[in-house]
Design a protein around this ligand. Structure first.
Ligand code: C5P
Length: 220
C-alpha cells in the first residue's frame, strides 16, 4: 500500500524540526526526528566511553543495534531513561555531527528510520531524508535560512531556557557543523535533485507550514 511521506531536510537551526512537527500535526501524520537518533547515539557512545571517530566506528555501530529508543509524546527514552533534554545540548549536537559522519553508524540507523514510515503517513526531518532514506518521497523540501538568522534563532531558544551563550560562538559552532555535514562522504547534507528549496529567513512558521501544505495538496 502506498504510504505518504514528506521529507524536510536542511542545515542546523533552519527551523526544520518546527516546520516538520507542525506539518505532521496539521496532516495527522507520524513525525520522524532523525537528528534525535544521531543525538541519542552520540550520548550513548560518550556515555560508554567510546571515541567518536573512525577508531570507535564499529563499536558505536554495534552499540546502536542494542539501544532501546522510545519516542513517546514529547519524550525520548534511551534504555528507559528520559534523555529529552540531555540530547539537546550544544556539546552533544557537535558529537552527533561527528557520529553521523561514520558510514557504519548511518547504516545501523536506516531500519529504525524506515520503521516510522507507517499509515496514515510520515513527515521526516533530517539531512538526508530525501536524498538517501526516502528517495521515493513525492515531496522533498530543502529548508534554509541565513547563518545570521539561524544563529539568532538558536540564541533566543537557549536564552529562553536560561542557558547563557554568545551569538558569535553559536554562529561559529553552526558553521562548523554545516561544514562537517556538507563535506562528509557518507550522505552529505545537500538538497535531493528533486527537492524544492525554501528559504525561511523572512517567513513565519505558520506561513512556511501553509506553503508546504499547499505544495502537498497540489500533489494529491
Ligand atoms: O537536526 P539535529 O541538529 O538534531 O541533528 C544533529 C546532527 O545529526 C546533525 O548535525 C547532523 O550531523 C546529524 N544528522 C544527520 N542526518 C540526519 C539528521 C541529523 O547526519 N538525517
Amino acid at each position: 500500500q502506498h504510504i505518504p511521506v514528506i521529507c524536510i531536510d536542511g542545515p542546523t537551526a533552519s527551523g526544520k524540526g518546527t516546520l516538520a512537527a507542525a506539518l505532521a500535526k496539521r496532516l495527522g501524520y507520524h513525525f520522524l526526528d532523525s537528528g534525535a537518533m544521531y543525538r541519542i547515539t552520540a550520548l550513548a557512545a560518550t556515555g560508554a566511553g567510546l571515541p567518536i571517530d573512525t577508531s570507535g566506528e564499529t563499536a558505536i555501530a554495534s552499540l546502536v543495534q542494542d539501544l532501546s529508543i522510545t519516542f513517546t509524546a514529547g519524550q525520548i527514552l534511551l534504555d528507559g531513561v528520559d534523555v529529552t533534554e540531555a540530547i539537546r545540548s550544544e556539546a552533544n549536537g557537535m558529537n552527533a555531527s561527528k557520529v553521523s559522519a561514520l558510514p557504519q553508524v548511518r547504516a545501523a540507523l536506516v531500519d529504525l528510520q524506515h520503521s516510522f514510515h507507517r499509515l496514515p503517513g510520515l513527515v521526516a526531518d533530517g539531512r538526508d531524508m530525501g536524498s538517501a532514506i526516502f528517495p521515493q518521497a513525492p515531496l522533498k523540501v530543502f529548508l534554509t535560512a541565513s547563518a545570521a538568522e539561524r544563529a539568532q534563532r538558536r540564541f533566543k531558544q537557549l536564552i529562553s531556557k536560561g542557558i547563557s551563550t554568545t551569538l558569535d560562538s553559536l554562529r561559529a559552532d553552526l558553521e562548523a557543523r554545516d561544514e562537517r555535514d556538507q563535506t562528509r562522504s557518507a550522505s552529505p547534507l545537500k538538497p535531493a535533485q528533486d527537492a524544492v528549496l525554501l528559504d525561511n529567513s523572512d517567513l513565519s512558521v505558520e506561513k512556511s507550514v501553509d506553503l508546504v501544505v499547499g505544495w502537498w495538496l497540489g500533489k494529491q
